[in-house]
Ligand binder design. Structure first.
Ligand code: Q46
Ligand code: ZN
Length: 309
């Protein structure tokens, strides 16, 4: 197989594009996909400060590297979730990546800084671990980006992730989620702008990118992911993609072009009528008396037994 760009010997094939690349041209392809995503969706403007949420995995570390390669001013944010050895290991990969390249890594530890870990929170609130975890990460990412004055928060969601989330939202017709499912969520009072610059790259491409760039990342999956619905959606889509390469990309990008505008109003309605959380100030659906706690503070209160509810 020959490289599509330079006709040298290819080392990576990308079936979705019906193309194969040699090492240097593959790295160029990845940078181009990220550059295009940033331009097409107006994610990051020149001179803006970006905070990249990193988990120690291939997607987030690959994203941090790609943003730096493209010349963006990007620091990392690692959130310790308190998931035993998995968290210790993933933190080590994130720190080593930053240290080896002289990059700034902001760290927040859920247990040390907020008094509870993901397993504690999930137990106390009787929620699935991934639900307590997702809620906590979203809160801490947003709060940290705002507190440190970053213009943009970037996450490592890739094409496979986004297609799987879309699939799940369509299966249950979650119109509010569909309205919010976009590679850019604009800033609003109390909310930093959130962007997903990897939407044009798949999981396999990110893994190959990291190998070719010499990026060491945690390979083990989070032990709490087991039985997670999202993984089932990914497997179903992978089976379809295997038979018809390109399906995931047309599902996701077709939705963004032709479906998303029809649901955007549902998401806008949800953002209206928010009030600052009584405890932390984050925007949250109000109770009309100015006494509402946000979902994160309610989870924290349950997990630590501090005050209501
Ligand atoms: S870290 Fe958290 Fe994931 Fe682990 S508990 Fe679930 S959501 S699987 S990306
Ligand atoms: Zn709060």
């Amino acid at each position: 197989m020959k490289c599509r760009r330079c006709r040298d010997r290819a080392v990576v094939d990308v079936r979705r594009h019906n193309a194969a690349f040699c090492g240097p041209c593959f790295l160029h392809h990845c940078r181009e996909q990220v550059r295009r995503a940033i331009d097409d969706f107006d994610m990051i403007r020149p001179g803006e400060r970006v905070l990249v949420a990193v988990s120690g995995g291939k997607d987030s570390l690959g994203l941090w590297d790609l943003l730096r390669e493209l010349g963006h001013d990007a620091d990392g944010l690692y959130v310790g979730l308190g998931i035993g050895a998995y968290s210790d290991e993933s933190g080590r990969y994130a720190r080593e990546f930053a240290h080896a390249r002289g990059l700034k890594l902001v760290e927040v530890d859920l247990e040390a800084d907020h008094g509870f870990s993901v397993p504690d929170g999930a137990r106390a609130a009787r929620r699935a671990p991934c639900s307590a975890c997702g809620l906590s990460k979203r809160h801490v990412f947003n709060e940290t980006a705002i507190a440190h004055g970053y213009d943009v928060l970037a996450t490592g969601h890739n094409l496979d992730d986004e297609a799987a989330v879309l699939f799940g939202n369509v299966l249950r017709w979650e119109t509010g989620y569909l309205g919010r499912q976009h590679p850019v969520l604009p800033a609003a009072p109390g909310f930093a702008r959130k962007v997903k610059p990897l939407v044009r790259l798949g999981e396999r491409e990110l893994a190959a990118y990291c190998v070719l760039r010499g990026i060491d990342y945690i390979v083990e999956e989070c032990p709490m992911a087991h039985g997670n619905r999202h993984l089932g959606y990914k497997e179903a889509l992978n089976a379809i993609e295997e038979r018809s390469p390109g399906t995931k990309a047309s599902f996701l990008f077709g939705f963004l072009e032709r479906g998303h505008p029809r649901f955007a109003a549902d998401a806008r309605d949800e953002r209206e009528g928010l009030e600052p959380c009584l405890r932390c100030g984050a925007p949250t659906p109000g109770d009309g008396r100015g006494e509402a706690l946000c979902a994160f503070c309610r989870l924290q209160a349950r997990a630590t037994g501090s005050g209501r509810p």
